[in-house]
Design a protein around this ligand. Structure first.
Ligand code: NAP
Length: 551
């Protein structure tokens, strides 16, 4: 019989790809009493909020999708190689509907606090709706890019037009027809939105601080016969993808820079660029570790920019020169550089002279004022740690997660933090999540967390915590791997460098998805090595086998 020492066995925070699967896996697979909370009005996470024009995935849709249920993957037909936001959101809703996930989730409700009760091995979770519930476990499925960042711009409230953030886009859409529009920011979001807004607006001015490397998606419709071929081989393809560094099948490197023939590498870069640029940085095996290899690939992309953008001064501004290619997230675009050849698009660099302030009419850069009807902030997110640090999470000894992470996030395997028992994180800092096909990482983490909770239940244990030394070793390992690469040379959100005052620590595990999975497997096989399983002080969560459905 299920025990009632807490209101719920598990509280799941967030209902994106991770939260939806967690609810199904823990509730229907393990028979646990699961309660989800979601800030939005429905499921979808990133794909619920990021409805800006041009928003689409840059991992192939057939693989940026769940693999846990063969019926779902067999019946869902992706229309394009890289699906747009509306299609991905429909897909998540379809999965939520199939497994009746919504009935376990309270929407329009943000979790504001979670306090661990050391005596009872239970969390007390509070929401912005004034509800308080208790649960043995909390699983944070809060996402890595879920807290939109609006930089502190003086006078922002003075602007008489409208301001929209790409990460919190109006559901009814925005009609820019006939408008003078500004986009601030040229990361992945800006690079996707700019070509689409340019087609609608009377005039678009892009404010760029750092030029970004972007490669062509070469997106296209999928043919029936391609979809059938993928579906026939899904299991094998997913397995092969799980054995890669990124959890996605990309073309392999042709060699390293020292030994490869330069002419052949150049020809291969050219071929890849035409087919879809996403594997350009993977052409050489050492792009992310050798400055020379990196510069060779970077210069190839700069050549493409010069060849595409007709105005040489604009092309020069668009050439990325501030960081090694691949050390900030590579953007994947549809017609981005071509957009600057349109007569209604202009580019303003705010590298030397930053935006000084917003005014009633628009933006002031130095002593020049630009007037706009609408301003789009494509200024990114408080990435990886932002969503968790916005919740008051208090662990053992009344220490908060914010205190524990004051010098940068620490975790064991990206899954748990010492001092915060029974609190799991999906694709947290220290996981490879953001460097991989995140849906593959999510499925892995959810599966691993579920198996771990199941084993605790079987053992009659109500408490698990990351060991301090195991965590310290993992943090050191993550830092050591990052230190071998060029990632430290970029002021990226991977490093927390897009937020003034945020500790600069490389926050993701660079060993690759395969190595990470293998490590997690070894840890589990060794009886969850590095995790301290508390004594069975309390009546354990116990669900009869008959209530489990084997998901
Ligand atoms: P981002 O990569 O952090 O880019 C933010 C942009 O805003 C940068 O160009 C930044 O310039 C600029 N910016 C910030 N503050 C500014 C200021 N005060 N003045 C002028 N410019 C300013 O954010 P994002 O584009 O939203 O992308 C974040 C991540 O989300 C991506 O890296 C990717 O992982 C994910 N994403 C994925 C997709 C996809 O799958 N297709 C699409 C969108 C986003 P600096 O570079 O100089 O800081």
């Amino acid at each position: 019989m299920t025990t009632r020492r807490t209101d719920h066995d598990v509280v799941v925070i967030g209902a994106g790809f991770a939260g939806v699967y967690l609810v199904h896996k823990l509730r229907d697979g393990l028979g646990l009493r699961v309660r989800g909370f979601e800030r939005g009005a429905d499921v979808g996470g990133t794909w619920y909020w990021n409805r800006y024009p041009g928003a689409r995935c840059d991992f192939e849709s057939e693989f940026y999708s769940y693999s846990f249920d063969d019926d779902i993957q067999q019946e869902w037909d992706w229309s394009e190689k890289y699906a747009g936001q509306p299609e991905i959101l429909s897909y998540i809703k379809h999965v939520a509907q199939r497994f009746d996930v919504r009935r376990s989730i309270t929407f329009d409700t943000a979790v504001t606090g979670a306090v661990f009760d050391d005596e009872r091995d239970a969390w007390q979770v509070t929401t912005d709706r004034g509800e308080t519930v208790t649960a043995t476990f909390v699983v944070a499925a809060t996402g890595n890019l879920s807290v939109p960042l609006t930089p502190t711009f003086e006078g922002i409230e003075d602007f008489a037009g409208t301001i929209h953030h790409t990460g919190d886009w109006p559901h009814e859409g925005v009609d820019f027809s006939g408008q003078d529009v500004a986009v601030i920011g040229t990361g992945s979001s800006g690079i996707q939105a700019i070509p689409v807004i340019a087609e609608q607006a009377a005039h678009l001015t892009v404010f760029q601080r750092t030029a970004t490397f972007s490669v062509p998606a070469a997106n296209r419709s999928l043919e029936d016969q391609e979809r059938r071929a993928t579906k026939r081989n899904y299991a094998a393809l997913r397995k092969a993808a799980a054995d890669t560094r990124g959890g996605i099948l990309l073309e392999l490197a042709v060699g390293d820079f020292r030994t490869a023939d330069r002419v052949a590498v150049r020809a291969e870069l050219e071929r890849r660029w035409r087919a879809s640029g996403v594997s350009v940085t993977a052409t050489l095996s050492d792009t992310l570790v050798s400055p020379e290899a990196n510069e060779f690939v970077a210069e190839f992309v700069r050549d493409k920019i010069r060849a595409t953008v007709k105005d040489p001064a604009t092309a020069a501004l668009l050439e990325p020169r501030d960081y090694p290619i691949g050390t900030k997230r590579l953007a994947v675009d549809t017609g981005y550089y071509e957009t600057y050849n349109r007569p209604n698009v202009s580019l303003v660099s705010v590298r030397e002279t930053p935006i000084s302030r917003f005014t009633e009419r628009g933006l002031l850069v130095g002593d020049r004022e630009y007037a706009f009807d609408s301003i789009v902030l494509a200024t990114g997110f408080d990435a990886i740690t932002g969503a968790l640090e916005r919740i008051d999470i208090t662990g053992v000894g009344r220490h908060t997660l914010r205190e524990a992470w004051a010098e940068g996030p620490k975790s064991y395997l990206g899954l748990m933090v010492h001092g915060f028992p029974n609190f799991f994180i999906v694709t947290g800092p220290g996981s490879p999540g953001v460097l991989t096909n995140v849906v593959a990482s999510i499925e892995h983490h959810v599966g691993w967390i579920a198996a771990h909770i199941d084993s605790l239940r079987d053992a009659g244990v109500t408490r698990v915590e990351a060991d301090a030394q195991a965590q310290a070793d993992w943090v050191a390992h993550v830092a050591e791997l990052a230190g071998r690469t060029l990632f430290g040379r970029a002021a990226s959100w991977y490093m927390g460098a897009n937020i003034p005052g945020k500790p600069r620590v490389f926050m993701a595990y660079l060993g690759g998805f395969r190595a990470y999975r293998e490590r997690c497997e070894l840890v589990a096989e060794a009886g969850y090595e590095g995790f301290i399983h508390g004594p069975a002080l309390h009546e354990a969560v116990a669900v009869p086998t008959s209530e489990r459905t084997g998901v």
